[in-house]
Design a protein around this ligand. Structure first.
Ligand code: HEM
Length: 322
């Protein structure tokens, strides 16, 4: 009897809901009657997902390479999903802020710890051959990677370190974007010629990245922090979470990633060219890029030594890093 009452009440609510839609509830109930039961594989579009790994060569390890890039892009999407909620949130709720940062950090933790799949999980001989079939594609062209940076901090903090002091948030988005660090990394400094990888990326994504940068001007995650009260800004858990994000995104992921470049592209007699055509040994290390999303929370010394410890360790293994 109680069940019947509940069903009647639900029907009354449904009638109310569909009243203004131009169709009556009975038609919708017919639809419900004929609808197929939902399956797991349809819900997550499993067949589509598993059809997206299409190697360009016959080397078995190429599939690992494709899949791990795809997995990473999905995690980038999860990171952006949290970042967008932070940027949209107009409250000064510090717990919400910390909660979102922690989620982002947990995604980075997975990405950083799983990078061994790239470093140890493929045969170097296979890699060096199948990669020739994907020139000039490179992870350098990951638009989500660049979007994560744009949601995190003002463009002035993404200007190449050699010119960063000459720019500020007073400059236009277009000006700042022109001097962003990754453009310089993919430009031959003596001739000023951009790599094909960069040219393709700019053609495809410049309008979108500029639009996002304009949309989040003054509302990035860094701006959200800067806008908090003095007391909120001193919240130790918040500072820890922000620092963890900065180090995860701008040092630790880079270190693991760079480990793969060393494993596959380093040679005793001259290094192997990267598919994206950068001078990767100079471009990739975090201590050279010095990208810091939240500069205000660090001391001068911390900023000067950004990512340096690892580079010392990698290039001068006998030198103490303490
Ligand atoms: C064997 C594995 C890998 C190697 C050897 C490698 C190598 C490189 C190199 C040499 C560059 C410099 C740009 C260029 O000249 O191409 C680069 C950039 C990049 N790669 Fe990879 N990569 C690997 C895996 C990955 C994976 C799995 C991702 C995930 C999406 C990725 C994302 C990126 C990104 C985002 C950049 C730009 C980094 C920046 O601008 O600081 N890479 N990679």
């Amino acid at each position: 009897m109680k069940d019947r009452e509940q069903i009647n009440s639900q029907i009354a609510k449904l009638e109310e809901k569909y009243k203004d839609s131009g169709q009556d509830l009975s038609s919708y109930l017919d639809g419900l009657l004929h609808q197929r039961y939902l399956t797991y594989w349809d819900y997550i579009h499993l067949d589509t997902l598993l059809s997206l790994q299409v190697p360009r060569t016959h080397f078995p390890d190429e599939e690992i390479f494709i899949m791990y890039h795809q997995i990473t892009e999905l995690y980038f999407k999860l990171i952006l999903h949290e970042q967008k909620q932070l940027v949209d949130d107009k409250s000064d709720d510090v717990d919400f802020f910390i909660d979102k940062l922690r989620r982002i950090n947990s995604y980075y933790t997975v990405l950083i710890s799983s990078f061994g799949i790239m470093i140890k999980g493929m045969e170097r001989e296979q890699f060096l051959q199948y990669r020739m079939a994907l020139l000039p594609a490179s992870g350098f062209q990951s638009a989500q990677f660049r979007m994560i940076e744009i949601y995190a901090t003002g463009l002035e903090n993404l200007v190449h370190v050699s010119e960063r002091d000459n720019f500020s948030e007073a400059d236009t988005i277009e000006d700042l974007y022109e001097h962003i660090y990754w453009k310089k990394g993919a430009t031959d400094l003596s001739t000023g010629e951009k790599t094909l990888t960069l040219k393709q990326f700019e053609y495809r994504y410049t309008p979108r990245l500029i639009r996002i940068a304009k949309q989040v001007k003054n509302t990035t995650i860094y701006h959200k922090y800067l806008g908090l009260s003095k007391k909120q800004k001193q919240n130790a858990s918040l500072i820890d979470a922000l620092k963890a994000l900065d180090v995860n995104a701008n040092v630790n992921w880079q270190l693991m990633h760079m480990g793969s470049a060393h494993r596959y592209l380093q040679r005793d007699s001259g290094d192997i060219d990267a598919t994206g055509g950068t001078n990767w040994k100079e471009y990739l290390p975090p201590s050279f890029q010095k990208i810091v999303f939240f500069p205000e929370i660090y001391t001068e010394e911390e900023l000067n030594n950004w990512g340096k410890q690892w580079v010392d360790h990698m290039f001068n293994p006998n030198k103490s890093t303490h």
